[in-house]
Design a protein around this ligand. Structure first.
Ligand code: FMN
Length: 322
């Protein structure tokens, strides 16, 4: 069985051939907006959080299941949404990730841009999909995208509201002309008319959280898009304890099941795993993704046993070292 690091190295070797401009960023070598402070801080802030071992209260078996939007899942994990750019690694990459998610009994997510007929096919073939649509600059495109997403049978619909000014790799900004801020009224209308639960991805401030709560967002993802939005903004794990929403999820820099338990202890219901899922899919398709998820699962179970909790809802700040 390979380690996460072995997957990362092997994925880098393959990505360097297939998509050289993104290989360093997608393999955690160097990336993110500007000088990469946010990109690095995501992992550094997680590293600063230490768990309190409770060997004399340790558990022999644990239950990692979680309920999300009315569904029961085996782990508090899901892949972070990726757009169709990742198909340059392999054409069947979304199918590979979706099949792994089905087998591991966790939700699957999709990002942007996605061909709507392809999303429809994926929705028909796999259960529990969440489609994160973008804040489109064109009102017509926004309406069309929302209507398509709304017509599909999804577990939830999301919008990554942090991508309003595009996505950065160093000083290059991608998609800048395609996205723009949505007014509170426009967002509220989508949330109200959504046939599935609606998630806002990219909440980092208490002010944005207040709007999300007022608009009735069913869930939030505390995220900075893997460090690709703006240099010198907080890591999601730093922001998490300040943001009180009944269904908060998080992503950015999670590289082990121990990291996942830290977020659960700080109130997250689930963690979205970004780049490591790509490493698994790049190296070995569906089986690679299953191996990555299994690494997270084993580490999470072990961390739960040693911190003395049997179920995820028992995790609180009391399992953290202060
Ligand atoms: C290749 C790639 C493509 C991404 N595409 C999207 C997208 O289309 N929509 C979205 O909301 N986030 C997108 N993201 C951001 C991820 O969903 C997630 O927020 C981030 O990768 C989490 O950080 P991590 O990679 O450190 O785990 C993308 C990230 C990567 C690496």
């Amino acid at each position: 069985m390979k380690s996460l690091e072995e997957f990362r190295f092997e994925a880098y070797r393959i990505m360097k051939e297939k998509i050289p401009s993104m290989a360093k960023s997608w393999c955690d070598i160097r990336g993110g907006a500007g000088s990469g402070v946010t990109f690095r801080r995501n992992k550094e802030a997680l590293r600063e959080i230490i768990l309190k071992p409770r060997f004399l209260s340790a558990k022999d078996s644990v239950d990692t299941s979680v309920e999300l939007f009315g569904g029961k899942f085996s782990l508090p994990l899901m892949p972070a949404p990726f757009g169709m750019r990742i198909q340059s690694i392999r054409r069947d990459i979304f199918e590979a990730i979706a099949e792994a998610c089905e087998e591991m009994k966790i939700p699957m997510t999709l990002g942007y841009p996605m061909d709507p007929s392809y999303v429809r096919e994926l929705c028909e073939s796999y259960s529990s999909l969440i489609w994160f649509i973008k804040p489109m600059r064109s009102k017509d495109k926004m309406r069309e995208l929302f209507e398509i997403a709304n017509s599909l049978e999804t577990l939830a619909i999301g919008m990554d509201i942090d991508s309003i000014c595009g996505i950065c790799e160093g000083s290059t900004v991608l998609f800048e002309d395609q996205f723009s801020p949505q007014s509170v009224g426009e967002l509220g209308e989508m949330i109200e008319n959504s046939s599935s639960p609606f998630i806002l991805k990219g909440i980092l401030s208490e002010e944005d959280l207040k709007v999300a709560l007022e608009l009735g967002a069913d869930g939030i993802v505390v995220s900075n898009h893997g460090g690709t939005i703006l240099d010198y903004i907080p890591s999601p794990i730093e922001a998490l304890p300040k943001l009180d929403h009944p269904l908060k999820m998080i992503d950015g820099g999670f590289r082990s099941g121990v990291d996942v338990l830290k977020a659960i202890a700080l109130g997250a219901v689930a963690v979205l795993i970004g780049r490591p899922i790509l490493w698994g899919a790049t190296v070995d398709g569906k089986d690679g993704v299953i191996q990555i998820l299994s690494i997270f699962q084993r580490e999470l179970e072990r961390a739960m046993k040693i911190t003395g909790i049997e179920k995820l809802d028992e995790a609180s700040e009391s399992i953290l070292w202060k």
